[in-house]
Each structure stands twice: as structure tokens, then as C-alpha cells.
Design a protein around this ligand. Structure first.
Ligand code: LLP
Length: 401
């Protein structure tokens, strides 16, 4: 019988202390990814949405990383984690007045502006606050990133960025400092070619606008979940360096998945084995509310038994959760030798795992753990049932109009 470990720490020991389900992250793997990006000397702004746990953000803050945020919630997290506001870029199509005001107040590095009405709004608020807002225009370059349609963002019919053709006659604004151009064409991108097209597009446009000092290439580098062959971080960076040789611009990258994706697992327990004439189900204690990627994108994650049994015959299983939806699955038809109470590790969930989780079916948020050398630390405690409905009122709260 062999036992699966993460950096030498047996997973069953973590389960015993913390319970299941729980997310487990490896500090060493995150730091390896960071080191690979850091070699570039570009400004690396970690995309907070990939994994926004304060402990993870703190790891990056300690490296003096930049951050790519998309809401005031993410801004508050970065500040609470010790991140430097001067290293923050603010993306997203729906920035509210309050969010813009707050970002101007703390003095972020740049707004990634996604529409003309947003630019007008930033001008108005900056004027009221007597500040100059640093702005990078996010371009929609109509480039096919060849990824899942839900995470492709650089095509004409996507809601993101400003139409390339519209960026010819730029109005000047008294309280806007137009310092950069940017784009983010999608996520989990497997080829370098679309990145190359995006760079060409930005370079062409940048030549025509005097004030441009920065090119923000967004995030999007894919990682391996199954047998895909994404470029390594090193290959991705040297491709960009090659394309940008002798160009005068400061380069910003916004990686999320490629920094944390491979550094996390979801540890879950088999509650029941249910065999029917049609299918065998392994019913797990984790559900789609904890990890929604399989349900939402039909995403494939490797599922590894923590204990290897030699005395059980492998069978094909659908691995499902306890949530009342047929979409509540992690995998179909996986061959595994398992029994009730076994632990399973769902792999490559460091990005867009915990950060996309919900309380659906009134399931409390699960614990998050960081393994650091041969120790482990709780980065988020499991929510209690009281936490679940702490903000709800039995009789409603009277709001005096
Ligand atoms: N910058 C911007 C403006 C973004 O919208 C994103 C991701 C990133 C950077 C980081 O991209 P990455 O390096 O992580 O590919 N929930 C989906 C992925 C959504 C990505 C959204 N935007 C998933 O689980 O696959």
C-alpha cells in the first residue's frame, strides 16, 4: 500500500487534521512558477481572480509582485495581503464609480479601460478628485485564441476591450494620462501564435500614439491538465522577448493560471460507492460548488487515489458530488480501484478552484491549506454553518425609506 504525498507530507495526515474536502497548495510550486516569470524583468501582475486567498496573495506581495484586479473586493484583498497599490492594474468591463474612486485614492498603477463610457467616467471622477488617472486602453484585436468559447475574450463579439478601428482619433482628456495599450485574448491558450498576433497588433497601434510607454499583454498562458502540450513559461517569455526586441515599451503580463494552477489539489473523500446496472458512481464529499470547472467547461482534471490498493479490482466510475444536479460531476468513466472512505486528489485546481466556489446547496466553504516544506498551514478555515447564514434575517430588516 503506498500513500500519496505533497512535498513529503502524506495527504491522509492533512485530511486527519483539517478534514475533507479541502484545497491544498504547494508553496514550492507557486514559487517555481514565479521564479520562471521573474526572469523576464517584465512587470508581472498576478491575476488575482485565479486564486484570491490572502495567504497566496501574501506570497506574491512578498516577492514585490504586481496584481491584476477586477473588483474592489480584489483590491481590498491585495491591500489586506500587503500588496503595493502602486503595482496594481485594474481590468474589467464594469468598474463602478465607487471602485474607480477607491482605485484613484490608493493610487494604482493603471486602469485597463474597456470602453469609451468607462473612460468618460474615469475622467469625471478624476477631475472631481483633482487627480490624473493613469490609463491603458484594452484593445479588442479580434484574435482567435483557440480556447474554450467561455474563456476566449479577444473576438469581435466578446464584451471585452475597445474596437481596434475606434482607436484612431483619440480625444484628449484633462485628467487622463494615456500611458499604455493592452489586450487579453483569452485563457488556457496552447499556442504562441495568437500571442504573436496580439503583440503585432499592439505594436502597430502604439507607433501611432505618442504617449504610449506601456504594452500590457494580459495573461492566458495554458497549463497541462491531461495530455496538452502548452509552451513552458520560459518558452512563452522568450517568444515575447523575440517579438519585442529593440522595442522601447515597458511590458506588463497578467498571468493567473500559469502561476498557481499546477500548485493545487482538491482533497476529497469517497462517501459511497453506488453500483447500478448502467453505471458505477463514486459519490464524493466535494461537489460542483467547491470546484465548478468540470460542470462549467467540461474541464478534465486528473483524479488520483491517495491510497493504492492492490487487493481491489479497478472499475469504471463516474466521480460525482452530493449536489442535486446532474452537472455535479468531476469526471466520467475513470478506471479506479477505490472503496468508501478512500481519499482522492483532484489535481491541477490551484487556479479557478476555490476562487470560483459557492455555497450552493448550503454547503460551507471548504478549508484551504498551504504545504511549505514538510509543514502545512491553514490559509482559510472551513466555514461553519453559522457563518453560512450569519447575514440573513429571520424577519427581514426594516429599511426606512
Ligand atoms: N487578465 C485578464 C484581464 C483576465 O481576464 C484574465 C482571466 C487574466 C489576466 C488571467 O488569465 P490566465 O493567465 O489565468 O489565463 N475560470 C476560467 C478562466 C477564466 C479566465 C478569466 N480571465 C477557467 O477556470 O478556466
Amino acid at each position: 500500500m503506498t500513500m500519496l504525498t505533497i512535498e513529503g507530507v502524506p495527504l491522509n495526515e492533512i485530511a486527519k487534521k483539517v478534514g475533507t474536502p479541502c484545497y491544498i497548495y504547494s508553496r514550492a510550486l507557486i514559487e517555481n512558477n514565479w521564479k520562471a516569470f521573474e526572469k523576464s524583468h517584465y512587470k508581472i501582475c498576478y491575476a488575482v481572480k485565479a486564486n484570491s486567498n490572502l495567504g497566496i496573495l501574501n506570497l506574491f506581495a512578498n516577492k514585490n509582485a504586481g496584481f491584476d484586479i477586477v473588483s474592489q473586493g480584489e483590491l481590498e484583498r491585495v491591500l489586506a495581503a500587503g500588496g503595493n497599490p502602486k503595482n496594481i492594474v485594474f481590468s474589467g468591463v464594469g468598474k463602478t464609480k465607487e471602485e474607480i474612486k477607491c482605485a484613484l485614492q490608493v493610487g494604482i498603477y493603471s486602469f485597463n479601460v474597456e470602453s469609451w463610457p468607462e473612460l468618460e467616467r474615469i475622467q469625471e471622477i478624476a477631475q472631481l478628485m483633482n487627480k490624473k488617472a493613469p490609463v491603458t486602453l484594452r484593445v479588442n484585436p479580434n484574435i482567435d485564441a483557440k480556447t474554450h468559447p467561455y474563456i476566449a475574450t479577444g473576438l469581435h463579439h466578446n464584451k471585452f476591450g475597445i474596437e481596434l478601428k475606434e482607436i484612431t482619433h483619440l480625444k484628449s482628456y484633462s485628467h487622463i494620462d494615456l500611458i499604455g495599450l493592452g489586450c487579453h485574448i483569452g485563457s488556457q491558450i496552447m499556442d504562441l501564435e495568437p500571442f504573436g498576433e496580439a503583440i503585432d497588433c499592439l505594436l502597430n497601434l502604439a507607433k501611432k500614439i505618442n504617449s504610449i510607454k506601456i504594452l500590457n499583454l494580459g495573461g492566458g498562458l495554458g497549463i497541462q491538465y491531461k495530455d496538452e502540450k502548452p509552451p513552458s513559461i520560459k518558452e512563452y517569455l522568450s517568444f515575447i522577448e523575440q517579438k519585442l526586441k529593440d522595442q522601447p515599451y515597458e511590458i506588463i503580463l497578467e498571468p493567473g493560471r500559469s502561476l498557481v494552477g499546477n500548485a493545487g489539489i482538491l482533497l476529497t473523500k469517497v462517501e459511497y460507492i453506488k453500483e447500478t446496472p448502467y453505471k458505477n458512481f463514486a459519490i464524493l464529499d466535494a461537489g460542483m460548488n467547491d470546484l465548478i470547472r468540470p460542470a462549467l467547461y467540461d474541464a478534465w482534471h486528473n483524479i488520483i487515489p491517495v491510497t493504492l490498493h492492490t487487493d481491489i479490482k479497478p472499475k469504471l466510475y463516474d466521480l460525482v458530488g452530493p449536489v442535486c444536479e446532474t452537472g455535479d460531476f468531476f469526471a466520467h468513466d475513470r478506471e479506479l480501484a477505490i472503496k468508501p472512505d478512500d481519499l482522492l486528489a483532484i489535481s491541477t485546481v490551484g487556479a479557478y478552484g476555490a476562487s470560483m466556489s459557492s455555497n450552493y446547496n448550503s454547503r460551507p466553504s471548504i478549508a484551504e491549506v498551504l504545504v511549505d516544506k514538510d509543514e502545512f498551514y491553514i490559509l482559510r478555515e472551513r466555514e461553519s454553518y453559522q457563518d453560512l447564514f450569519a447575514k440573513e434575517k429571520l424577519n427581514g430588516l426594516y429599511v426606512n425609506g
